[in-house]
Design a protein around this ligand. Structure first.
Ligand SMILES: NC(=O)c1ccc[n+]([C@@H]2O[C@H](COP(=O)([O-])OP(=O)(O)OC[C@H]3O[C@@H](n4cnc5c(N)ncnc54)[C@H](OP(=O)(O)O)[C@@H]3O)[C@@H](O)[C@H]2O)c1
Length: 247
């Protein structure tokens, strides 16, 4: 049985469905059962759990031969802060997996994770990667680029399609790489299946780098609508992030 933490997320849903399709038994963890009705209908066992609650993790991990960590709380504040969920919560999950004798731990990090990254979230990813590497568990680390369902569609395409204003951070002139969450999920599933992928850090991305403005232009072409675009200069974005981190 494979435990998927973050089973209701953009990535986790694909992972659960792909594993079930391969005939795997899957335990899908969520904090809110109602978010996982579709996963239950697809054949997953649903379990309540929270990365901030060690006991719930012990319960969720028990009997799992593999754990997929595909959760994050990048925008969380207070008790749901990234420090508590993404850093401390994932260390607890790794500790519990080791204690329970899990055979393989797949951690979804992020492309660019580095101890000296200018953004705290990417430093956290690097810290958790290191913690996992030193844990003694068999592991694979997957570092995907930005999920296009979120960063191209939710943050840009949807606004173009519905006539709302698109806000491009930093002017939208920096090329970025996007990957479909389902492709990232394929990498997770392969990591669980292929022994050669154990002990590896795998960076994975899509075929093209596009600027925010190019993404806008693509959606304009597809929808036939003209986008209303505002650009937020990077210093403003940075100042906003700093203020937000004080709260
Ligand atoms: N989005 C991207 O562009 C991107 C790019 C590269 C890497 N990644 C990484 O890929 C993974 C999946 O990201 P995603 O975008 O698919 O996530 P997402 O759609 O934002 O979903 C977040 C998931 O995290 C779970 N979660 C949040 N707080 C939790 C907590 N305290 N305890 C347990 N679970 C909690 C949520 O589960 P419930 O609400 O059901 O409890 C949900 O399933 C993450 O590790 C992320 O950092 C994402």
């Amino acid at each position: 049985m494979i435990l998927v933490v973050g089973s209701t997320g953009s990535l986790g849903r694909h992972v659960v469905r792909k594993l079930l399709k391969r005939g795997e038994s899957v335990r899908a963890m969520t904090r809110d059962r109602s978010k996982a009705d579709d996963l239950k209908a697809a054949g997953a066992q649903i379990i309540l759990g929270d990365l901030r609650d060690r006991e719930s993790l012990e319960f969720a991990v028990r009997g799992a031969r593999g754990v997929v960590a595909a959760a994050h709380s990048i925008l969380g504040r207070g008790k749901a802060s990234s420090k508590i969920v993404d850093d401390e919560g994932h260390r607890t999950l790794i500790d519990v997996a080791r204690e329970e004798g899990v055979g393989h731990f797949v951690y979804t990090s992020a492309f660019g994770a580095a101890p000296n990254h200018e953004i705290d979230f990417w430093r956290t990813k690097a810290r958790v990667e290191k913690y996992l590497e030193d844990s003694g568990l068999r592991y694979t680390i997957i570092r995907p680029t930005a999920f296009m369902e979120v960063h191209a569609w939710e943050l840009i395409g949807k606004a173009v399609a519905t006539g709302k204003r698109v806000v491009l951070f930093g002017g939208g002139t920096n090329p970025r790489n996007f990957i479909a969450a389902s492709d990232a999920a394929n990498a997770v599933v392969l990591a669980l299946r292929i022994p050669e992928l154990r002990g590896r850090v795998i960076e994975i991305g899509g075929p093209e780098n596009l600027t925010g403005r190019e993404v806008v232009a693509t959606f304009e072409k597809v929808t036939g609508k003209r986008a209303k675009v505002s650009a937020l200069p990077l210093p403003v974005v940075r100042a906003g992030a700093t203020v937000a981190s004080w709260r």
